[in-house]
Design a protein around this ligand. Structure first.
Ligand code: SF4
Length: 316
């Protein structure tokens, strides 16, 4: 049977970012240094394939520190943790390594600095996401007001509307965040913010690449986990750019081939926690079914790299 022609537009950059790469290395090096089991508080990054692979090497994933024994090392995930977590680990004299992405740690430091200067913080982020919980947990309860939407801006009741600063989650939609920031400035003209919001380079670049391909495609597939914030934002960006069929998939088996019937141009990208092996798997699945032409659409070149913590460097 002759295969139908199809062009697969591959967004670049896509997939792993420097923070995810570093977090995974930290777990691997910790297992090499201390042996299994090494405990990891929360999924090290939001990807089932990555978590399953590390679990097979000896990582044990738990949600709370209480679930870890005192005498085994524990790693804190790339999303960051509230201050209370390392404090509790120290009190129990545990060995722990913080795999918080340095770009998230930068936001933690910003929040602390503003708070020391007497400003109350507003955080733009998603309720319950571990990064939001971790960032808000850098300061005492009540010091950080969370807003998720433009409508939320009207609802917050700061202590002093003239003494405010804002920070953001790193994996938000660039466009939605700009609207929320504009609403904050309109209601609180004195509010202080970062020069550019705290959305990280990887989130920004992946969204820009989707915008670039959206006009050329009939459907967009985003490889990522259902709990991965930056992956879900890529689906939203695709839809906002007019791509009616934009779908999150975890791997090739999730592709709804019927929904793609008749399409001649499809876009493919991956969230920052999705490994290249899953991207290749999806490309191969397309190759099996179609007379495939690959088009790489590169909108940025990334060369960011983060060092692993000193305690693990001898293993690197
Ligand atoms: Fe760090 Fe951005 Fe990657 Fe999150 S998405 S781990 S903030 S580089």
């Amino acid at each position: 049977m002759t295969k139908q022609p199809l062009t697969l537009y591959l967004a670049a950059p896509r997939g792993f970012c420097a923070g995810v790469d570093r977090a995974i290395k930290i777990v691997e090096l910790a297992i090499a240094k201390w042996g299994a089991p090494v405990y990891v508080r929360h999924e090290i990054v939001h990807n089932k394939y990555v978590v399953d692979t590390l679990r097979a090497q000896g990582a044990v994933f738990v949600e709370e520190l209480d679930e870890c024994p005192d005498d085994r090392p524990v790693i804190f995930s790339a999303h960051g943790v509230p201050k209370s977590v390392p404090r509790a680990a120290q009190a129990r004299k545990m060995t722990f390594v913080d795999a918080t992405c340095p770009l998230v740690s930068k936001v933690h430091i910003e929040a602390e600095r503003h708070s020391e200067n007497g400003l109350q913080m507003v955080m733009i982020g998603h309720t319950g996401h571990p990064e939001t919980v971790g960032t808000m947990g850098q300061l005492p309860d009540g010091e950080v007001l969370l807003v998720e939407t433009v409508a939320d801006v009207a609802k917050i009741e700061p202590r002093d509307p003239t003494r405010l600063a804002f920070i953001t989650q790193t994996t938000l939609s660039v466009d939605d965040t700009a609207d929320i920031v504009a609403a904050l400035h309109a209601r609180f003209p004195a509010i202080i913010g970062p020069h550019k919001e705290d959305i990280c380079y990887a989130t920004t670049n992946r969204q820009a690449a989707v915008k670039e391909i959206a006009g050329r495609i009939e459907a967009l597939l985003v490889i990522g986990a259902p709990n991965s914030s930056n992956s879900k934002r890529l689906v939203e960006v695709g839809r906002a750019q007019g791509c009616q069929y934009a779908q999150l998939i975890q791997r090739a088996a999730d592709i709804d081939w019927r929904a793609l019937e008749g399409a001649t141009a499809i876009g493919l990208t991956a969230g920052a926690s999705a490994p290249e092996i899953l991207i290749n798997e999806v490309i191969e699945a397309f190759e099996d079914r179609y007379d495939l032409t690959r088009e790489i659409v590169e909108t940025a070149i990334e060369n960011v790299e983060f060092k692993v913590p000193r305690v693990l460097r001898t293993q690197a």
